[in-house]
Design a protein around this ligand. Structure first.
Ligand SMILES: O=P(O)(O)OC[C@H]1O[C@H](OP(=O)(O)OP(=O)(O)O)[C@H](O)[C@@H]1O
Ligand code: HPA
Ligand SMILES: [Mg+2]
Length: 180
């Protein structure tokens, strides 16, 4: 698997240090709030698992599964709900936890449908932001780890064709992997 990686963009140490920083900021900001962390499956699962342990205030967690990339590297533009939240979010301060903000279609769709359910507040925490690829201009992250260049990245939860999510770092694949 490691042989498929062309270059490492963010090391395990860099990712872990940033997660600690984000967790500390969220801890401070949500002291007196009713925090609900909403992890968007499957890409955010690794980030979520680390981030929640870097947060030192009361919180609940829930999961939502949406998908728009199928098995390729381009968004299909249609966001599908595969699994909805389990709990009624009215009155909660939601923090949507995402691995990457790319075209913006996934997060703008999720934010819109969750706002209709009248939570107390909604904010977005994304580990990665790829602003050069944005198609929905008004979607912004409230907490952001790193800005990444316009390249398809894998690892730390992010996949290509459902593979490479288990890499502990973030990398770019060799071009020949896509023609396999
Ligand atoms: O800003 P966008 O262009 O919408 O892209 C971002 C979304 O795409 C990926 O999810 P994907 O739909 O591939 O499903 P996955 O999380 O299960 O990998 C990623 O995890 C984000 O959720
Ligand atoms: O760069 C990416 N890598 C993996 N999944 C993604 N979903 C949106 N952008 C990406
Ligand atoms: Mg995702």
């Amino acid at each position: 698997m490691k042989d498929d990686i062309l270059k490492v963009l963010l090391t395990e140490e860099e990712l872990q240090a940033k997660v600690k920083e984000l967790g500390a900021q969220i801890t401070e900001d949500y002291q007196d709030k009713k925090l609900l962390l909403v992890s968007v499956l499957k890409g955010s699962v690794v980030f979520m698992a680390d981030l929640m342990r870097a947060i030192d205030t009361y919180c609940r967690i829930d999961f939502m599964n949406v998908s728009s990339y199928g098995s390729g590297t381009k968004t299909t533009g249609t966001v599908k709900i595969i699994k909805d939240l389990d709990i009624d979010i009215a009155g909660y301060d939601l923090l949507i936890v995402e691995d990457i903000l790319d075209s913006g279609k996934t997060l703008s769709y999720i934010k819109k449908i969750l706002m209709e359910r009248k939570p107390n507040s909604i904010k977005i925490c994304t580990l990665l932001d790829k602003p050069e690829r944005r198609q929905v201009p008004d979607i912004k992250a409230d907490y952001k780890g790193f800005i990444v260049p316009d390249e398809f990245v894998v690892g730390y939860g992010l996949d290509y064709a459902e593979t490479y999510r288990n890499l502990p770092y973030l990398g770019v694949l060799k071009p020949e992997v896509y023609s396999k």
